[in-house]
Design a protein around this ligand. Structure first.
Ligand SMILES: [Zn+2]
Ligand SMILES: [Zn+2]
Ligand SMILES: [Zn+2]
Length: 277
């Protein structure tokens, strides 16, 4: 089956579902179309062998045909998709690393007794001799000539003062946990608005959602990828200073390339999803 016939057939399927699920005549959004066709087992069998980016394009073709375009126009538009991404800063913290002094044990060898747990008995320095001329046992050590080490109470180890016995210390480096959110859309007007936002207000919060919401039918959320890096690296990479938790940093817009290896159709149990990884 060629792409045009696949598109028409799937649009019929989608429209059937739209009719049964909403009564106010709304046209299906791209998200609705994606989720609808990948949950349709016959269609999914065709799409499972397609690249993720092509499943996305097919969904846009169906969307534009549904909006009134002919197949050729819809296909052209689907070849001009934009990818927009922004970073949301989830968490900044000092990470812990193993204590260098105790190698993570939390204790170190007692330096008074070198780990023996015993120290020389100070009372035995001169063996006392009784009146009868016999050597008498030292009261302090009962003749052993050593006593329990008073520094480690006989344990041989003492708490590591570098980590207070925790075995771990905070590292010098601050680590940032970030979500990289990816969105796809077609509208050149939206592209311009986002570009404008990036240039004037690249550290934003809710305004970006308001802009995307105006185009919600044709905006497809590809999900997010979470990663961690040092605050230093992130600030250098983005050329920004003073990044804090909950910052939203707009990255950029680019044309979606014809081979986006990170987009794929995957299943989680019974349900399928088209996401970016
Ligand atoms: Zn330690
Ligand atoms: Zn003694
Ligand atoms: Zn000791």
């Amino acid at each position: 089956m060629d792409l045009e016939r696949i598109s028409q057939t799937l649009l019929k399927w989608v429209n059937l579902n739209v009719k049964s699920s909403n009564t106010n005549g709304d046209k299906p959004s791209v998200s609705y179309i994606v989720n609808n066709i990948i949950s349709f087992s016959t269609a999914r069998d065709i799409m499972i062998d397609m690249e993720g980016v092509d499943v996305l394009r097919l969904s846009y073709i169906i969307y534009f045909i549904s909006e009134g375009d002919d197949f050729k126009t819809a296909q052209n538009k689907s070849n001009n998709l934009y990818m927009f991404d922004f970073i949301s800063v989830e968490d900044i913290k000092y990470t812990e690393e193993e204590c260098e002094e105790c190698y993570g044990d939390g204790t170190i060898e007692c330096s008074w007794c070198d780990g023996d747990g015993e120290e020389d008995c100070t009372e035995c320095d001169n063996t006392t001799t009784s009146d009868e001329g016999d050597e008498e046992e030292c009261d302090e050590c009962n003749g052993k000539e050593s006593v329990e080490c008073s520094n480690c109470s006989g344990d041989g180890n003492v708490e590591c003062s570098n980590c207070d016995g925790e075995g771990r210390v905070e590292s010098e480096e601050e680590m940032v946990s970030i979500d990289e959110n990816k969105w796809v859309f077609n509208s050149p007007i939206l592209a311009k608005k986002l570009q404008n936002e990036i240039e004037n207000n690249y550290r934003t919060d809710s305004s970006i959602y308001a802009i995307l919401d105006d185009f919600k039918n044709q905006v497809y959320y590809l999900g997010y990828t979470n990663s961690e890096e040092t605050l230093n690296d992130l600030e250098n990479n983005l050329d920004i200073t003073d990044i804090t938790t909950n910052d939203v940093i707009l990255r950029g817009i680019r044309k979606l390339s014809s081979s986006e290896p990170n987009i794929s159709l995957s299943n989680f149990g019974d349900s399928y999803t088209l996401k970016s990884y």
